[in-house]
Design a protein around this ligand. Structure first.
Ligand SMILES: Cc1ncc(COP(=O)(O)O)c(C=O)c1O
Length: 369
């Protein structure tokens, strides 16, 4: 007789929805009754709450995290002929945004244990065409922003933080999103702070950038039916803003929940995997993903799948070697740390409130081979 199988989802969004649904449905009802569906009171209040949480003067919401990056680059005047240095070890949206504004991404290598940009590699790639750096706080891990800032200061470069996976992560006593010219967040449902659809926001201390972003997200309009430049229709939905406001109230508990799962994994996996995710000395990790390195990664992943345990390959092919960038002529071996990571990294299930029995089960199956 076979024993009951404990299946473990990669993440569980439905339990949280069940807990929030009454409040959210009430907010939808109130929105419907008000008739204010676009750029209404929830969006305005949410922007103020995010600015306060991140510790900046302005927060401008947009339709998704990709648009947050695109509009930020546009607002900073980056376009054709410019180079932007970023990570090859991220979701494609990061470098795609650089291409969307007509600039060229230049990929720097990463640190092996926390997957964030290695400032020494960034520094070696600065040319007279470089206009910006996009550090990616990948998996929830903050980048070494002190070193990135030094490079930006020395060469007069803008910094656009990609905070899509790192809501609530910090560097020293500052939150990510407050450390550059613009901080770009995604509220895709799987993120640390996720909505029930698509959403994004840009945080900035710069009045000029905020003012430009407000125009860009609304068709480049300076006043109703008056347009000064080509913009976008990129606005956060009032109903998504409502759920985000509800979730923001308890975000610190949610992040503490992720950190508790990360500690439980670390206790069980220390010394048994090639590398645990590093908690860097310069900041606090938000653990959007829990990514370990394994010698026989693909076999481990298959074994997890055979036992109904979710996992994700973040990331199987670094961006500089993707077909879309074949024209940039990167060769295998050009960014060895990122390339090596792509053969060993596996992201395990993590979400606030993940039961301890599920953490045990993941670890048990991982080492059954
Ligand atoms: C690092 C990173 N940057 C940007 C994005 C784009 O965000 P969105 O999916 O909201 O457009 C994502 C989302 O997956 C991401 O992980």
């Amino acid at each position: 007789m076979s024993s009951a199988v404990t299946s473990v989802p990669y993440l569980d969004l439905t339990t949280e929805f069940s807990q929030l649904q009454e409040e959210w449905l009430e907010a939808i009802r109130a929105t419907g009754q008000s008739g204010a569906f676009i750029l209404g009171p929830n969006v305005k209040a949410f922007e103020a709450e995010i600015a306060s949480y991140v510790g900046v003067k302005h927060a401008v919401s947009v339709a998704n995290g990709t648009d947050a990056l695109v509009l930020s680059l546009r607002a900073l005047g980056i376009g054709p002929g410019d180079e932007v240095i970023t990570s090859p070890y991220t979701f494609y949206a990061t470098s795609e945004a650089v291409n969307v504004v007509g600039a060229t991404p230049v990929f720097a290598d990463i640190f092996p244990d926390n997957y964030t940009l290695d400032p020494a590699s960034v520094k070696s790639l600065v040319t007279n065409k470089t206009k910006a750096i996009i550090p990616v706080h990948i998996f929830g891990c903050p980048t070494n922003m002190t070193e990135i800032q030094k490079i930006a200061d020395d060469h007069n470069l803008a910094i656009v933080e990609d905070c899509a996976q790192a809501f609530a992560a910090s560097v020293g006593d500052k939150k990510v999103g407050s450390l550059g010219d613009a901080g770009c967040f995604s509220f895709y449902p799987t993120k640390v702070l996720g909505c029930y659809g698509d959403g994004g926001i840009i945080t900035t201390d710069r009045d000029d950038v905020a003012e430009h972003l407000l125009r860009l997200r609304n068709h480049g309009a300076t006043a109703p039916f008056m347009h000064s430049e080509v913009g976008y229709n990129s606005r956060l939905d009032e109903i998504q803003a409502a759920v985000l406001r509800i979730k923001l109230r308890t975000i610190d508990d949610a992040v503490a929940g992720r950190q508790a799962v990360a500690s439980a994994y670390a206790e069980r996996l220390a010394g048994k995997v090639l590398a645990l995710p590093e908690q860097p000395g310069w900041g606090g990790h938000a653990y959007n993903l829990y990514t370990v390195r394994l010698k026989d990664r693909d076999a481990c992943r298959q074994r997890l799948a055979d036992n109904q345990i979710g996992s994700s390959l973040c990331y199987p092919k670094p961006l500089h070697l993707q077909e879309v960038y074949s024209g940039l002529n990167y060769q295998p071996g050009s960014l060895p740390v990122a390339e090596h990571a792509s053969t060993e990294a596996l992201s395990l299930p993590i979400y606030p409130g993940m039961p301890e029995s599920h953490i045990d089960r993941v670890c048990e199956v991982l080492f059954q081979g």
